[in-house]
Design a protein around this ligand. Structure first.
Ligand code: C2E
Ligand code: MG
Ligand code: MG
Ligand code: MG
Length: 283
């Protein structure tokens, strides 16, 4: 494909545009390959129950093991996936992999819930509850192993649809978490209205709490707000022991963060879990 170029004055810009266009096209082809050639992998970050220190579950986070560019992170390719209309395929792939991993954990006697992130475009799909149900039953997994993380933009985009889809998912036993809580444009009213289980406080509120009393006060009040509405609170981005201890004091239910573990491959998680259990067993 060659763009028609007539004005010589635009020549430089057009050739720059073309270069970008070629790169884009190549990336799109690579993205399709990523899906067909099994280059997408999941890393798992543990989620700690702050009441007793146990590991309640993990969050699955997608990475692209690119044949030349190495390990790519979501911010390097998710926008493209969305633009290429491949988000639906990615979501299916991530769900499949996360649930396959759940089967392995169940066989090892590990009781872990797995949380999968859903883009607004994946959730808006009315067949999602049924498809997820089929994937669970094909693996003999109870719906309670799965948690879906959604964002406020989905909740606000089409409230009636959101309510319908969430209600159906939740009726089957799947738990719903509102990710990046506090950063969206939503109104607080949806917290009262919509069928959700958990709020996941965005890391931008958690990062400053260790050395900023007002930031800490905001976190503490948000935890109370969640509890007042019968919701669980998860803090993400816990990077140090000071924040961890404060969250425990404020009654936060769960936490994730580099302080406990980065997202890691399933095999590394297995070692991490074993080491943690052994440490807990020490007198
Ligand atoms: P998220 O769901 O809010 O995930 C949290 C992000 O923060 C992850 O980045 C995680 O690695 C990172 N993180 C966790 N603990 C800490 C910490 O203590 N400090 C800092 N600085 N960062 C921490 P990641 O894996 O790069 O994912 C970025 C975003 O990409 C996710 O944000 C999620 O919105 C999206 N994403 C990831 N996987 C998927 C997926 O399978 N499907 C969809 N639709 N989106 C995904
Ligand atoms: Mg998430
Ligand atoms: Mg988040
Ligand atoms: Mg995020």
């Amino acid at each position: 494909y060659k763009a028609k170029s007539t004005h010589s004055g635009h020549h430089v810009y057009r050739s720059v545009d073309n270069r970008h266009g070629d790169a884009r096209l190549r990336t799109l082809q690579e993205l399709r390959l990523a899906l067909t050639e099994d280059q997408l992998i999941l890393h798992y970050q543990p989620k700690i129950n702050l009441k007793n220190g146990s590991v309640s579950g993990v969050e699955a986070l997608v990475r692209w093991q690119h044949p030349e560019r190495g390990l790519l992170f979501p911010d390097q390719f998710l926008t493209l996936v969305e633009e290429a209309g491949l988000m639906h395929a990615l979501t299916q792939e991530v769900l499949r992999k996360a649930l396959d991993q759940s089967v392995l954990w169940a066989a090892q006697g590990r009781t872990l819930t797995v949380a999968v992130n859903l883009s607004a475009s994946s959730l808006i799909d009315g067949d999602l509850p049924e498809r997820v149900g089929t994937m669970l039953s094909a693996r003999d997994l109870p719906a309670t192993v799965l948690m879906l993380e959604i964002t406020e933009d989905f909740l606000m985009a089409d409230r009636d649809r959101a309510r319908d889809i969430l209600t159906r998912l939740r009726a089957s036993g799947i738990k719903i978490s509102v990710d990046d809580f506090g950063t969206g444009y939503s109104s607080l009213a949806y917290l009262r209205d919509l069928p959700i289980d958990e709020l996941k406080l965005d890391q931008s509120f958690v990062f400053p709490m260790a050395d900023d009393a007002r930031a800490a006060a905001l976190v503490a009040s948000t935890i109370d707000l969640a509890h007042g509405l019968g919701l669980k609170m998860v803090a993400e981005g816990v990077e140090n022991g000071v924040s961890y201890d404060e969250l425990v004091r404020y009654g936060c239910d769960f936490a994730q963060g580099y302080f406990m573990s980065r997202p890691i491959p399933a095999a590394a998680l297995d070692d991490w879990l074993t080491a943690r259990l052994n440490a807990a067993a020490l007198p």
